[in-house]
Design a protein around this ligand. Structure first.
Ligand code: HEM
Length: 212
């Protein structure tokens, strides 16, 4: 696809609306009483599902940009990352409110007792500063290098998200395994890239103008 500003805006709008649809569908099902026998479980599970899907999808955009030699995918990383955080926030709010009734004592006990809750909480706490610093103003304030270093934590947050999912499923581990494999591939690609980049820098090929 040819990258024009118009194309980018159209795609941005499509992704924006597309990522909003699961939340809109949940609202519709809530108001029409179509959430099944356990509406709270359906809400928590569906928002968790979308959170992990978007988190992992967001990590694929940089490799996709490089492999397809098209600068477009990476331009949607922030949008998709913020949507992942949006679903995590609904997911967590439902857990804290409807599931635990904002009982701080019960919540702390649950976090300490159930490993899948511990990992979910750690993933959320790692994502929080990333969401707060996702604005252009914060990139400028932190400086691009520090900002990039901080945002590498998204790999750890996504890994904790996958572990959280893996620990809570009782029998069928297919999806946690699929997400884990995609995550490992994205991380492997990133490591391989930075290793080859530093090897090129060591041999001086980059400074002589030969960029990968
Ligand atoms: C990055 C953060 C998180 C991600 C990606 C995530 C993802 C998920 C996923 C994929 C599921 C399973 C959905 C399914 O069964 O299809 C789930 C379930 C659940 N998550 Fe999370 N989650 C996160 C954070 C949290 C946090 C912070 C809490 C609470 C402290 C939490 C509590 C739960 C609960 C209670 C369930 C339902 C378990 C059950 O029905 O047995 N999650 N989450």
């Amino acid at each position: 696809m040819i990258v024009t500003e118009r194309n980018r805006r159209i795609l941005w709008l499509i992704i924006f609306i597309g990522c909003m649809l699961p939340a809109a569908d949940l609202l519709r099902r809530l108001f029409t009483g179509d959430l099944g026998a356990d509406p709270v479980e359906t809400l928590i599970r569906t928002t968790g599902d979308w959170a992990i899907k978007l988190l992992v999808a967001g990590l694929l955009l940089t490799p996709l940009t490089r492999i397809a030699r098209n600068p477009l995918p990476v331009r949607f990383r922030r949008l998709i990352g913020l949507y992942a955080f949006f679903y995590v926030c609904i997911h967590l709010t439902l857990y804290l409110s409807v599931d635990q009734g904002f009982d701080l004592h019960a919540i702390v006990k649950d976090i300490l007792k159930r490993p899948y809750i511990t990992f979910g909480m750690m993933a959320f706490l790692l994502l929080l500063p990333l969401a707060i610093t996702s604005t252009r103003k914060m990139v400028a304030r932190l400086g691009p290098k520090r900002w990039r270093q901080l945002h590498r934590a998204v790999y750890v947050a996504a890994s904790f998200g996958v572990i959280h999912y893996y620990l809570l499923v009782k029998a069928d581990i297919t999806w946690p395994l699929i997400y884990g494999t995609i995550l490992a591939a994205a991380l492997g690609w990133r490591l391989w890239n930075s290793l080859t980049l530093s090897a090129l820098q060591d041999t001086g090929r980059l400074s002589s103008g030969c960029k990968p």
